[in-house]
Design a protein around this ligand. Sequence first.
Ligand code: ATP
Ligand code: MG
Length: 201
Amino acid sequence: MNVTDHATKHQQRMQKVKQLVDKKIAQANQERGIIVLLTGNGKGKSSSAFGMLARSLGHQKQCGVVQFIKGCWECGEQLFFSNLPGVHFHAMGNGFTWETQNIEHDRKAAQAAWKQSHKMLTDSRYGLVILDEMTYMFRQNLLDINEVTTTLQNRPYHMNVVITGRGAIKQLVTIADTVSEVKEIKHAFRSGIKAQQGIEF
Ligand code: ATP
Ligand code: MG
């Protein structure tokens, strides 16, 4: 095939792709916020959520973040985002971890985080609410999935929500609009390499 034939074939192929893409874009005509669920054992769930926080702030959206496990005070995302206007950042100061080993303490911490989340999810000023590491609350029965589902489904129509954490239960997958499972192929930690500032925290 000569160069001209190759260019013509390419142009025809791209024209077909464009027609398909344009058709799909035209079909996506609903205007409402979505629920994004990021789960799985690989690295990249919370950092993806914070990427969407940056994107939303770029569009001047009011954003809320609730972290459902023990707040990481030296975490880069908290140091950076919590001081920005337009972000309401709620990290569990002494919340749920495998370190507390106290179910009543964990339940109280989970309820406190949910109270914050509920406030945001019912406030139409928020364009994005991130519920970081929320999935664990259901595995441990620390929160009522029916109550959370009802609140999520009744949220202001334009509001986007991102939920992260491993092992998301089926009900969360059902109510989410976009679900990604991050799969671990390799992780440096398994080779004995310490957590990296700016990459891990
Ligand atoms: P990140 O915040 O980096 O996007 P994540 O939210 O996908 O990670 P979590 O399960 O919340 O992952 O884990 C929190 C911490 O553990 C982060 O510092 C993360 O980099 C690290 N981590 C994530 N996946 C793994 C893994 N498979 N093995 C070891 N450490 C991991
Ligand atoms: Mg995470």
